[in-house]
Design a protein around this ligand. Structure first.
Ligand SMILES: C[S@@+](CC[C@H](N)C(=O)[O-])C[C@H]1O[C@@H](n2cnc3c(N)ncnc32)[C@H](O)[C@@H]1O
Length: 224
């Protein structure tokens, strides 16, 4: 994440459209243990030849998808993202699997996921842009979308409780200082602490939380 002081606030889809081409190189430079991290995203997915249903929220160029197909080669993956350019790269990269990939260009905040539709819902590096209440509503929607016995796996930046407050203050300051429009989605980082994440999952109705990986701010956990 970059310092909020130097950030020019851009709308979410334009931000990622403009950076789609160099996105993977940027992530290789900034995510600790990049290969390990993206492989571990799928470590709690059962190895299977079945056509398991997976929903990937904010899939971007699909960095996490390679690991998913290693565990579940016949998986059917619904990939939602707002950025057309990120999705184009994903489609090119996984063209041999195109019959197993369903692309949706939309916001996962407003898109309907259905009820008990997915064995796994996954999101990686995309949930640190939303305030508490927005995230809670989204987690409730995810919980309804997961089949009985399924799980939600999230990889994201996680910070200390002290830093969580600092980022949140910057977020509200940005709206005032730069006259950002309410209701529009901007690329602004507001990572939460593990404690806040656990509270959110609990309030959204998930009973079990398991931490899978943590190196610096880069974290992976799943809930059921
Ligand atoms: C940092 S990228 C992560 C991409 C991929 N999951 C990865 O780990 O490489 C964040 C992605 O989330 C998408 N995104 C952010 N907010 C979104 C929303 N509300 N609906 C759909 N996509 C969103 C962005 O367009 C971007 O492609």
């Amino acid at each position: 994440m970059s310092s909020q002081e130097t950030v020019k606030y851009e709308e979410m889809s334009s931000f990622f459209n403009e950076r789609a081409v160099g996105y993977e190189a940027h992530m290789r430079d900034t995510v600790n243990s990049f290969e390990t991290y993206y492989n571990l995203i799928s470590c709690s997915i059962e190895e299977t030849d079945k056509e398991v249903e997976i929903l990937d929220l904010g899939c971007g160029t699909g960095l996490e998808i390679e690991g998913i197909f290693k565990k579940a080669p016949n998986a059917r993956i619904t990939c939602i993202d707002m950025s057309e350019q990120m999705l184009e790269i994903l489609l090119e990269k996984y063209k041999s699997k195109k019959n197993q990939i369903n692309i949706i260009k939309d916001s996962y905040l407003t898109h309907s996921f259905g009820v008990k539709s997915y064995d796994y819902v996954i999101s990686v590096m995309t949930m640190h842009h939303f305030i508490y209440d927005e995230k809670k509503k989204l987690y409730e929607k995810i919980r309804s979308a997961v089949k009985d016995g399924g799980r939600y796996i999230e990889g994201d930046y996680v910070v200390s409780q002290e830093n969580e407050e600092k980022w949140l203050k910057e977020y509200y300051k940005a709206y005032e200082k730069f006259g950002l429009e309410a209701g529009k989605l901007y690329h602004i980082d507001i990572p939460f602490s593990i404690e806040t994440q656990k509270k959110l999952f609990n309030e959204a109705g998930f009973a079990k939380f398991e931490l899978v990986f943590k190196e610096g701010e880069h974290t992976i956990y799943f809930v059921e």
